[in-house]
Write a protein that binds this ligand. Structure first.
Ligand code: FAD
Length: 282
């Protein structure tokens, strides 16, 4: 029997497309391990400006070939309607019916101007206009707000627009402040959003990498966590032990509070997610 924490909630795991054969072999092992946890789906990121278009497609194909549900991410910035139409067509032929729809960011070293889309809500509207209800669409949400947004109110309003355009559910940027998530959910509900907003979880295992990601995406590492992690210096075992404790408590609070599921940023590794999962008793 499924545990109460797990039943009827959406658990999913995110990967990035591996760059070489070694990475592809490792990812297949990771998928095998994580598949035992019976997630709803595995999602695969789309490199900035479509830089991993082929890699995303091939990774999705290989996950499907392993009998698992896959959801490709699609970003629209710098792309045309014809590009998106072709992408939808290729995924439709694979039997994919679940997409994570994003605006995305252009690669810093190759800023491509032009394209038919400015924001993710336009991509959602376009896919709905082209394909009706054929695809289940996820969008991104930011409990600590998107770094470009001029104000929390504006970010939540635009998030609600994206849902009104036809998104079925949302997954958040990772965060370590539980209150920020619940406040965001409450304020989105006040704007008429009643789709599931699934918390994004980044298991803490590597302080330097976490700082780099957080600087780029605007997710705050609370001072007490940062200071503890800094205090461990190069002691990677202690960073990992403390980091996975913090991550487990975060997930536990979210599930106890009624979050509709969890979306793990796995960084293509099964270990940290499996550890948190076991500790949660899922
Ligand atoms: P949008 O929803 O379009 O929002 C972008 C900004 O514009 C926000 O500040 C918003 O408030 C503002 N805005 C929105 N609509 C309007 C409007 N009409 N007028 C004025 N302002 C507006 N990136 C990738 O490149 N590939 C990935 O695979 C990927 N996967 C992700 C998965 C998740 C779960 C998350 C949370 C993020 C992911 N990202 C990915 C990062 C994401 O692409 C960036 O955060 C990007 O900067 C914003 O994308 P978005 O879809 O949230 O954009």
């Amino acid at each position: 029997m499924e545990s109460q924490k797990k039943s009827s909630r959406n658990f999913s795991f995110e990967f990035f497309p591996p760059r070489n054969e070694d990475g592809r072999a490792k990812l297949r092992e990771t998928v095998e391990q994580l598949a035992q946890l019976k997630p709803k789906f595995f999602s695969v990121t789309f490199g900035a400006g479509g830089s991993t278009r082929e890699g995303t497609y091939e990774t999705v194909k290989s996950i499907q070939a392993m009998g698992q549900q896959a959801a490709p991410h699609i970003s629209c910035i710098g792309t045309t309607r014809a590009d998106i139409r072709a992408l939808l067509d290729s995924y439709r032929k694979l039997g994919i019916r679940h997409l994570v729809t994003l605006r995305g960011d252009l690669p810093k070293d190759a800023p491509k101007t032009g394209g038919d889309f400015h924001y993710a809500n336009e991509l959602v509207s376009f896919i709905r206009a082209e394909t009706g209800g054929e695809f289940y669409l996820e969008v991104a949400a930011y409990p600590e707000f998107h770094p470009e947004s001029p104000s929390p109110e504006s970010d939540i309003r635009h998030f609600a627009d994206k849902v009104r355009a036809g998104a079925n559910s949302a997954m958040t940027q990772y965060f370590y402040n539980v209150d920020a998530y619940w406040r965001f959910v409450e304020e989105a509900a006040a704007q008429g959003v009643n789709v599931p907003i699934v918390p994004g979880i980044m298991p803490i295992t590597n302080y330097k990498q976490l700082t780099r990601f957080s600087d780029a995406c605007g997710a705050e590492i609370p001072r007490w966590i940062r200071r503890r992690l800094e205090g461990f210096g190069e002691d990677l075992d202690s960073i990992r032990a403390f980091g996975l404790d913090v991550t487990t408590v975060l997930c536990d609070k979210l599930l106890e509070g009624g979050a509709p599921g969890l979306h793990f940023y796995t960084l293509n590794r099964a270990g940290p997610t499996c550890t948190v999962w076991e500790r949660l008793g899922l």
